[in-house]
Design a protein around this ligand. Structure first.
Ligand code: SF4
Length: 452
């Protein structure tokens, strides 16, 4: 989400006549788009601002802006600690970035933080570096209140982007050669709660709210879009309609990222997640029944305040039962401003949390390896991302299940679709042999998304 906001800001700056540069000392404008989900986001921000102070001193006229959720949270503190910052803007007024920079030229340092977005900031241009794949934000904000999460405080309430606009954007992307879109939202399953959509039923106009399932089907039906991904669905809101749409829309990839966070019902309740482990596993089973070749990934937090040995054992059991293809595992660390950060007396000792983390890693990797080994000998359609970072003679690509595959081949352009025979498996990737190129890329290098 944050990276896509960066694309939007870059798109606005380009529309204002600026060009991207890799050399910061050559820049007229530097925007630091922050994300306070990450640990130590403030240390990184002030470290970067410290370095930029000297760069700015050597280049009079350079402007520095700080955007994103840390700006939304820290506000005036940023200019207090770093007076050389020209503009501080929040998550709800990304679209004002250029105006604020112009204002700062005339008036000096500007701070503008809005408490919420009135509407979806959909009419912004985006500068996309990758032409064959694109993110589309379908929803901003979050109406949930997970005890560990800062997102609702810095991103505001949920707002869905109008349905037709999204389908139009998918069409424009497809016409420009994009073959894969990823639909982004904090809780994509609740997409449309705030929208209505006119539909004809038995000859009469009725108004119903669009479901996420409708969006999956509509974007998946756009000619030229070969792969539709989405992240993230909240397990409590995963509806049968979504699973049916995944199963019945060929373009929707066989991959579900379903954040579990913890396996103990006690911990889940303390996190305010709104489901039990049993309910989670039932929904997972329903998804696997409908999509037999489904890859499932998850997010897990170890050491949530108050987590006992028994709670953690339950997490290990549920993770083993869920048979994940991979998992993002995190050691709990408090985010100031969240409910969980207010429970320091219940924090799990770091050594205990570290030991649990290691045990969880072993269980996750065991199931990931088993899932990957089961794919050896299969022919997989992959989308080429480019040469591997470690070995330029090896190409890196992704299967429909979002698995990385490395294979040796003559250079193929990023965005190429190919069939690869899977010959080897590791916990975090597959290896394979190129069998055939099935489609060459036809995207432009940059895709401007026009303002409406
Ligand atoms: S669903 Fe929970 S974890 Fe996800 S963004 Fe909302 S509050 Fe955060």
């Amino acid at each position: 989400m944050n990276e896509h906001d960066s694309e939007r800001i870059a798109g606005l700056l380009e529309a204002d006549g600026l060009e991207a540069t890799d050399d910061v000392s050559d820049a007229d404008v530097v925007v630091l788009n922050t994300c306070c989900i990450r640990e130590n986001a403030d240390n990184k921000l002030y470290g970067n601002l410290g370095q930029l102070k000297a760069v700015k001193a050597a280049r009079p006229g350079m402007q520095i802006a700080v955007a994103g959720c840390l700006a939304q949270k820290d506000r005036a503190l940023i200019q207090k600690r770093a007076p050389h910052v020209d503009v501080v803007l929040g998550t709800h007024n990304v679209g004002a970035a250029v105006d604020l920079l112009h204002r700062a030229e005339l008036e000096g340092p500007v701070l503008e933080i809005l408490e919420e977005s009135d509407t979806f900031p959909s009419a912004l241009p985006a500068r996309r570096d990758v032409g064959w794949a694109a993110w589309m934000t379908i929803q901003i904000g979050c109406d949930n209140r997970c005890a560990f999460c800062i997102v609702p405080a810095v991103r505001g309430r949920e707002i869905s982007r109008p349905f037709d606009e999204l389908v139009d954007e998918a069409r424009a992307l497809a016409e420009a050669g994009t073959v894969e879109v990823t639909l982004l939202g904090q809780n994509v399953n609740s997409y449309g709660r705030d929208l209505t959509l006119a539909r004809r039923s038995a000859g009469e106009a009725v108004r119903v709210r669009p479901l996420f399932a409708d969006l999956l089907r509509a974007v998946g039906a756009v000619e030229g879009i070969r792969r539709v991904r989405f992240t993230s669905p909240h397990p409590k809101d995963l509806r049968p309609e979504t699973i049916a749409a995944m199963a019945e829309t060929p373009a929707v990839c066989e991959h579900l990222h379903l954040p579990l966070q913890a396996g103990s019902d006690r911990t889940l309740a303390a996190m305010h997640r709104g489901y039990t482990a049993e309910r989670y596993l039932e929904r997972l089973a329903a998804a696997r029944a409908a999509l037999p070749d489904l890859a499932v990934t998850t997010d897990l937090i170890v050491g949530f305040p108050g987590e006992t040995d028994d709670d953690f054992e339950r997490t290990l059991e549920v993770v083993a039962e869920a048979r994940y293809d991979s998992a993002y595992t995190f050691l709990f660390s408090p985010r100031p401003g969240t409910e969980a950060a207010e429970r320091p007396d219940d924090f799990v000792p770091p050594a205990v949390a570290a030991e649990r983390f290691e045990r969880l890693r072993v269980v996750v990797e065991r199931s990931a390896l088993a899932r990957h080994e089961a794919r050896v000998g299969r022919l997989e359609e992959v989308l080429v991302e480019g040469p591997s970072r470690k070995d330029p003679d090896v190409l890196t690509a992704r299967t429909r299940q979002n698995k990385l595959v490395h294979f040796r081949a003559e250079p193929l352009a990023p965005g190429t679709l190919a069939d690869v025979l899977v010959t080897g498996a590791a916990p975090h990737h597959l290896t394979g042999e190129l069998v055939a190129v099935t489609a060459r890329p036809r995207h432009r290098t940059r895709i401007p998304v026009a303002a409406r």
